[in-house]
Write a protein of this length. Structure first.
Length: 505
């Protein structure tokens, strides 16, 4: 009995130590600065030259700003404020700031601010890795997406009509600092742009047109006060759906015993395009499909899966959806999962569903070189359908369910020299909790990451999760199962040996 007692004692100690570690780290992290109510960014910088590139080829606006910043103060400065109109601030997603000339050094720290009282502008605070000396210049590369910024006009159309969208912005970039010269280039997905605002802010035609690119400026704005607005509206043809996921819940479940990585994603989709003026006609829909005519409705979703993905499934609110096709990838090539909803998703229509699949865990998990009890999991932060029109995600909740007993959990997002579509660490909320499933004792350690405002540009962005998991952690469930069976057999033996016969006194 001594070996059995030793095993039981070690097992109980392991359970108690693991549960205390998880609870100690079960906190949520987020960051938001709160300046005073009358805050105005100090005028320690000026924008010597600013070029904004606006891309409207997808169902959301993507902006990239290259600006030459000069320190006009007498002291070194390291805090630069990005200004956005208050009605736009909450729709900014995937914000990233880098040194344009040294992009390989990584992004700058960006922190959202929240003014104590209502204001026309809100700010993001950018911190330079090194203070910028007086009279020195730095070229910033600023990129971000604007979710739900495109409006259909007309708001309702016939089923076979072509769809047009409008986008509104200011000819003057709403910077917090004085800007000497600036211009804006707008790239459309079509050359059919029937309506657009013209200006008299410069001599000659404004905007200048070249194919699907319209250029506003350059403007000499040295005497224009920061925050001055000049409204511009463009209306252009967009014969594709405007796909929006109001919520995406993505679960990754790691199983060391099964050597499996199980993925499940739950989508709540909405089409933000033009609504139908009349009732849906199945005849017209069949004819347009036969003619392969463009449509503002979602016909299908094309979903690339990593090599080796198996057992895909597609389920909506009614049940299993059979109108799907999976083509496994060969060798190191991605597989393709084509999904067809039960009905075409027109403007204003909703569709919720879930998909899932399995992968060999060895493709994503490695043991750390420093110790045999540490593991490194490298998985995509976001996958999702790959569509020409793009997809915008209002909220993404990613859960990484680690094996029972995993502890000392850390994570980071991997960066490259170009934008990966993810915001900085301060914009990602994280928490640790436990998730109990079949035959668990203390529950599985679960890392939950929540991000607001993402687009499909974040597809294949990489997440690195590091955790400790010892041999005894792996043996917890087999020992628990063995002790459970032993207890059942012992109880059965004890019951069968109870004398319940009736005897004479």
């Amino acid at each position: 009995m001594r070996p059995l007692a030793t095993v039981v004692t070690a097992f109980c100690g392991l359970v108690l130590s693991s549960s205390s570690i998880v609870s100690a780290h079960s906190t949520s992290t987020s960051s938001k600065a709160v300046p005073p109510a009358d805050f105005k960014p100090p005028q320690v910088f000026k924008n010597a030259n600013l070029v904004r590139n606006t891309n409207l080829e997808k169902g959301y606006a993507r902006e990239t700003i290259n600006v030459v910043v000069e320190n006009v103060d007498k002291q070194p400065q390291s805090e630069y404020y990005l200004s956005f109109p208050s009605d736009v601030f909450d729709r900014v997603g995937g914000l990233e700031v880098r040194n344009k000339k040294e992009a390989e050094k990584g992004r700058f720290d960006v922190e959202a601010t929240e003014l104590a009282s209502p204001s026309d502008f809100q700010y993001f605070l950018v911190r330079f890795p090194e203070p910028l000396a007086p009279s020195s210049q730095l070229t910033l590369g600023i990129s971000y997406s604007l979710l739900n910024s495109l409006q259909p006009r007309p708001a309702a159309i016939e089923q076979t009509d072509r769809q047009f969208l409008t986008y509104s912005f200011s000819a003057y970039v709403p910077s917090a600092y004085q800007t000497v010269t600036q211009k804006t280039k707008v790239k459309f997905g079509s050359t059919n742009v029937p309506d657009y605002t013209t200006t008299d802010l410069k001599s000659g035609a404004d905007p200048e047109r070249q194919g699907s690119i319209y250029t506003y400026g350059p403007y000499d704005t040295a005497k224009v006060a920061p925050g001055t607005s000049y409204p511009i509206t463009v209306r252009y043809e967009f014969t594709k759906p405007v796909i929006t996921a109001s919520l995406l819940e993505r679960d990754l479940e790691v199983s060391h015993w099964g050597g499996n990585l199980a993925t499940e994603e739950r989508y709540w989709l909405h089409n933000n395009g033009s609504k139908l003026l009349n009732q849906f006609s199945r005849v017209d829909w069949t004819v347009s499909n036969y003619q392969q005519a463009p449509s503002s409705a979602v016909r299908e979703l094309k979903y690339p899966l990593k090599p080796g993905s198996v057992d895909p499934y597609f389920i909506d609110d009614i049940g299993n959806v059979s109108t799907s096709r999976y083509r496994p990838g060969l060798r190191n090539r991605d597989g393709n999962l084509d999904l067809k909803p039960r009905f075409p998703i027109f403007g204003g229509w909703n569709y919720s569903f879930r998909i899932g699949w399995n992968n060999d865990l060895s493709r994503f998990l490695r043991q750390a070189a420093s110790t045999t009890d540490s593991y490194v999991l490298k998985v995509p932060f976001l996958e999702g359908p790959k569509m020409d029109e793009g997809i915008q995600y209002e909220k993404v909740v990613l859960r990484v369910v680690l094996p029972e007993g995993a502890r000392n959990v850390r994570y980071e997002t991997l960066e490259s020299t170009s934008s990966n579509g993810l915001p900085g660490a301060s914009q990602i909320q994280s928490s640790l909790s436990t998730h109990k499933t079949f035959m668990d004792t203390i529950g599985r350690t679960t890392l939950t990451l929540t991000v607001d405002g993402l687009t499909d540009e974040a597809r294949d962005s990489q997440l690195l999760v590091t955790y400790d998991y010892s041999f005894w952690d792996g043996m917890r469930k087999p020992i628990t199962f063995t002790l459970g069976l032993f207890s059942v057999f012992a109880a059965a033996w004890a019951i069968t040996n109870i004398d319940v016969s009736i005897k004479k006194r």
